[in-house]
Design a protein around this ligand. Structure first.
Ligand code: PGA
Length: 258
């Protein structure tokens, strides 16, 4: 894993005007030396405005993605946005299976798999989110849960083929109890879960794929804990919610990764 990734998930925050302002105010070191890839997942309605603001800002290390895509390419699906449209609008990534999608909107492993397949079909990098709830953690089921969520996606033929063909793919481990709560997994919790995920990828797809697929940690990442988490074994990057809404704190996290 050569480059660290710092990704910001804005969730349902920052409309087009605030999204533009964020980019205008973002000051990140971007001298090509630090080896940090920066990603932002703005709301769909904000996406194009952010993409336009980026043209003027010249931050070549910054890529954009959508927070969610639907698995069909077009049709009578009121309120949905397809991976095809995301790609056309200039997205490089799609977040899939975020715990808020799973728990607030009832998305299943099966729907998550279809969305990952759609993302891959349209040349987007899927960032598959996995993570256990507090009850599952207390019941000692962390490994079971994250492997079930991973396997449900990577065992599907189109995904397996894409991974073996070298298509880009990312996984974010986000324990549900750590999201937006101020509770952060310890670096060793993160390393342990990432190690389990990495071993499964290695088992199924071999060393090359296992070292190529970045594993990000997410859940109450802040400037104060970012370097410690980014320094943990098996952690290739961070997915940041709340602390990505302010350009200053987001830039501090980017610096922590450099
Ligand atoms: P948080 O969110 O950093 O606000 O905990 C992380 C996420 O849900 O991606």
């Amino acid at each position: 894993m050569a480059k660290r990734i710092v990704a910001g998930n804005w969730k349902m925050n920052l409309g087009p005007r605030d999204g533009r302002r964020f980019i205008e105010r973002l000051e990140v070191p971007d001298d090509g030396r630090d080896g940090v890839d920066i990603l932002l997942f703005p709301p769909s309605l904000t996406f194009t405005e952010v993409a336009r603001a980026l043209e003027a800002a010249e931050i070549p290390a910054l890529r954009l993605g959508l927070q969610n895509v639907f698995h069909e390419d077009s049709g009578a699906f009121t309120g949905e946005i397809s991976a095809a449209m995301a790609a056309e609008a200039g997205a490089d990534y799609a977040l899939v299976g975020h715990s808020e999608r799973r728990h607030l909107f009832g998305e299943t492993d099966e729907e998550t798999r279809l969305k990952v397949e759609a993302a891959l079909r349209h040349g987007l990098v899927p960032m598959l989110c996995v993570g256990e709830t507090l009850d599952e953690r207390r019941a000692g089921r962390v490994e079971d849960v994250v492997l079930r969520q991973l396997d449900a996606v990577v065992e599907a033929d189109p995904v397996r083929k894409a991974l073996l063909d070298g298509q880009a793919f990312a996984v974010a481990y986000e324990p549900v109890w750590a999201i937006g709560t101020g509770e952060t997994a310890t670096p060793s919790d993160a390393s342990r879960a990432h190690g389990v995920l990495r071993s499964r990828i290695r088992e199924r797809f071999g060393d090359e794929t296992a070292s190529r697929v970045p594993l990000l940690y997410g859940g109450s990442v802040k400037p104060e804990n970012a370097s410690e988490l980014l320094g943990a074994a098996e952690v290739d990057g961070v997915l940041v919610g709340g602390a990505s809404l302010d350009p200053g704190s987001f830039a501090d996290i980017v610096r922590a990764a450099g």
